[in-house]
Design a protein around this ligand. Structure first.
Ligand SMILES: *Cc1c(COP(=O)(O)O)cnc(C)c1O
Length: 365
């Protein structure tokens, strides 16, 4: 038996999976620092230093919770602390479907508003639904990573505010930091994200902001559980304490990534870069006659979901790129064969995206 030779890791910038995304070498390097005690002054200092940049990222004056869990954990936090009896779940793909399943899994009633894959829920549909069925919360996925659809959360939030005592719980996993999320201005009650998508960190952290309404609602709910209890998270966060032993190395990575975001010019510069990447793919598609799954105006800025051209297969396209050293995603769930997904999020550049699209042109020629 001979050991297989070590394979050199591909250079940064060629990994366009829509999560986990490519992590910049500077961020990887930050994780090599030695451990600190999770109840030490050093930890308190580290967490205190995250406050301001995180608030700027979430566009909120509320504290940002940082948890050691994948994003699904904070989806559960949203449900356990935000849904009293019954939620309306807007379902337009696999991750919004997961939000609906979580409502039921936490023992609450779930009413679904389904739209076909590739579509968004429009504000009028939401208003009709809320008029017909009283609920106390609405779940929505802002950028549905499985279909590349960007919901108009600002407009949906305005509709929710027309109703009394209804909270809006938002999964912003592939939107936050890649396209505008205005937590306070849009009056969102719970906004959550994970580390390994648009934030371009390794997986393992979830982050969230909660409104005053959400905090008051949580206080009245008896079965909040322990690990995802919003009230104890808020208490610990106000003292710059972690709730439990956190993934310390990932906190180093987060600290470094927040500094890199500020260096880029803040979250708005990041939005502009992602919008430019989306436009780039749109223009390429127009030139090549390739079509999108979502319609114009409802396309995610971080993940482009394209229909596989006639006579081709997703497997052949994804495999061809793989051979050239590049990674994109095939379709997700029921769209596995019929679509491909380019995750141009996090720290990806227009330059690398151009290289990728040139390769894709060659493959489709
Ligand atoms: C990836 C993703 C999730 C789930 O993330 P995990 O970190 O795997 O739990 C939830 N919502 C959206 C929109 C996602 O893209």
């Amino acid at each position: 038996m001979t050991a297989s030779p070590p394979v050199a890791p591909p250079a940064f910038g060629r990994f366009f999976l829509p999560g986990p995304t490519d992590v910049h070498p500077e961020v990887i390097a930050a994780m090599q620092r030695p451990m600190i005690g999770h109840r030490s002054g050093a930890m308190e200092q580290l967490l205190a230093g995250l406050d301001a940049p995180l608030a700027r990222l979430f566009r909120t004056s509320h504290p940002i919770l940082v948890g050691t869990t994948s994003a699904t954990g904070f989806m559960e936090m949203a449900v356990r602390n935000g849904v009293r009896h019954r939620a309306l779940s807007l379902v337009n793909g696999s991750f919004s479907e997961r939000f609906a399943s979580l409502v039921r899994a936490c023992g609450k009633e779930c009413i679904r508003l389904d739209v076909p894959l590739g579509c968004a829920v429009e504000p009028d549909m939401l208003r009709d639904s809320l008029r017909r069925t009283p609920v106390d919360a609405v779940t929505v996925v802002h950028s549905e990573t499985s279909t590349g659809v960007l919901q108009d959360v600002a407009a949906l939030a305005a509709v929710v505010r027309e109703f009394d005592d209804v909270l809006l719980l938002v999964d912003a996993v592939t939107s936050l930091s890649g396209s505008p999320v205005e937590t306070d201005q849009w009056q969102l009650d719970f906004v959550l994200t994970g580390s390994q998508k648009a934030l371009a960190l390794p997986p393992g952290l979830a982050l969230a902001a909660a409104s005053d309404r959400m905090r008051e609602r949580a206080k009245t709910l008896p079965a909040r559980g322990l690990y995802f209890d919003l009230i104890s998270f808020l208490e610990a966060t106000s003292k710059h304490q972690p709730t439990n032993t956190p993934a310390i190395s990932l906190l180093y990575a987060l600290q470094t990534q927040l500094a890199r975001i500020e260096r880029e010019g803040g979250v708005e510069a990041r939005w502009r870069r992602h919008e430019a990447m989306r436009r780039h793919v749109e223009e390429w598609c127009e030139r090549r006659g390739v079509t999108y799954l979502p319609r114009d105006g409802r396309r995610s800025w971080t993940v482009s979901c394209l229909n596989v051209p006639q006579g081709r297969t997703a497997k052949e396209i994804v495999g061809g790129l793989k051979q050239a050293g590049w990674t994109i995603g095939s379709g997700y769930g029921p769209l596995k064969e019929s679509t491909i997904r380019i995750g141009h999020m996090g720290d990806h550049t227009i330059g690398a995206l151009e290289e990728l699209l040139a390769l894709l042109s060659g493959l489709l020629a």
